[in-house]
Design a protein around this ligand. Structure first.
Ligand code: GLP
Length: 234
C-alpha cells in the first residue's frame, strides 16, 4: 500500500487525474473502474483538461462504475449515470456504449446484480478509483457482518442517507437502497486508487492500519497488493 499526502484538494485531484491519465496512455483500451461523490470531481476535471490538451484519447477506453441508486432513472440529476455524463463522459471522446453502470431501475434487481457482476468480471478492471464514506464504506458497501463478495443490492445506512441528502431537495427524496459492486468485486481490480479529503482522515487511518473487518468495509483494501491512497490535508 502506498500512501501519498497532498496539501490541498486541487493537488490531490491533479495527481489522481494524472494517474488515471497515465493508465489510459499505457493501455488505450484499458478498463477503468469509476466512482462518484464529491471527492473524484477534481480528478475528472484534470482528465478532461488532459483530453482537451490533446494528451488523452478515450475512444477505446471502457468504464465500469461502482454503484447506482435504486429507483433513479438515468436522467435524474442525482443518478450516478447523470453524474458521470456531467463530469466526464459528456466531456471526452468516450463511446457511450463503452460506459457501464448498474441499472438502478431494473425490474428484477437480483438478475441485474448477477448481470453486472459478470460484466465487471469479464472486463478485468485495470485501475479502480474509490472514494470513502465517513463510516468506511466503499462503493455502497456499508458496515456489515460480512464482506459482500459480489454485486448486490444494499440498504443504505442512515448516516449515508443523511450525508447524501445534501444533494437532494428533500430528505425523503434520497433513495434508501442501491446496487453496488461487492468488496470481492472491487478487490478483483488489478490496481486500486483511493482518494480522501481531511474530513476522512480518521476513517482512512482505521481502514489502512486497523483490523480488517466488515465493520470498516475499506479495511478490506489491506488484502489487495496494489493500492495507492492519496489524501489531502486541507
Ligand atoms: C457515496 C458513494 C461512494 C463515495 C461516498 C463518499 O456514498 N457511493 O462511492 O465514495 O459517497 O462521497 P464524497 O466523496 O462525496 O464524500
Amino acid at each position: 500500500m502506498r500512501l501519498l499526502e497532498k496539501n490541498t484538494y486541487e493537488e490531490m485531484s491533479v495527481l489522481c487525474g494524472r494517474i488515471l491519465g497515465a493508465q489510459v496512455l499505457l493501455k488505450p483500451d484499458c478498463a477503468l473502474g469509476l466512482a462518484t461523490g464529491s471527492s473524484p470531481i477534481g480528478a475528472y476535471e484534470e482528465l478532461v483538461r488532459q483530453y482537451e490538451g490533446g494528451l488523452l484519447d478515450f475512444s477505446q477506453v471502457r468504464t465500469v462504475n461502482l454503484d447506482e441508486y435504486c429507483g433513479l432513472k438515468a436522467e435524474h440529476n442525482q443518478s450516478y449515470r447523470y453524474f458521470m455524463e456531467e463530469h466526464l463522459f459528456g466531456k471526452v471522446n468516450i463511446k457511450k456504449e463503452n460506459t457501464f453502470l448498474p441499472d438502478g431501475c431494473a425490474g428484477d434487481v437480483e438478475a441485474e446484480c448477477a448481470r453486472y457482476e459478470k460484466l465487471v468480471a469479464g472486463m478485468q478492471v485495470d485501475l479502480q478509483l474509490l472514494g470513502i464514506g465517513h463510516n468506511g464504506h466503499i462503493g455502497f458497501n456499508e458496515p456489515a457482518e460480512d464482506f459482500a463478495a459480489q454485486v448486490h443490492q444494499v440498504k443504505l445506512a442512515e448516516s449515508t442517507i443523511k450525508a447524501n441528502s445534501r444533494l437532494f431537495k428533500r430528505m425523503e427524496d434520497v433513495p434508501r437502497s442501491a446496487v453496488t459492486m461487492g468488496i470481492g468485486t472491487i478487490l478483483k481490480a488489478k490496481k486500486i486508487l483511493l482518494i480522501a479529503g481531511p474530513d476522512k482522515a480518521d476513517i482512512v487511518e482505521k481502514a489502512l492500519y486497523g483490523p480488517v473487518t466488515p465493520q470498516v468495509p475499506a479495511s478490506a483494501l489491506q488484502l489487495h497488493g496494489a493500492v495507492t491512497v492519496i489524501i489531502s490535508k486541507q
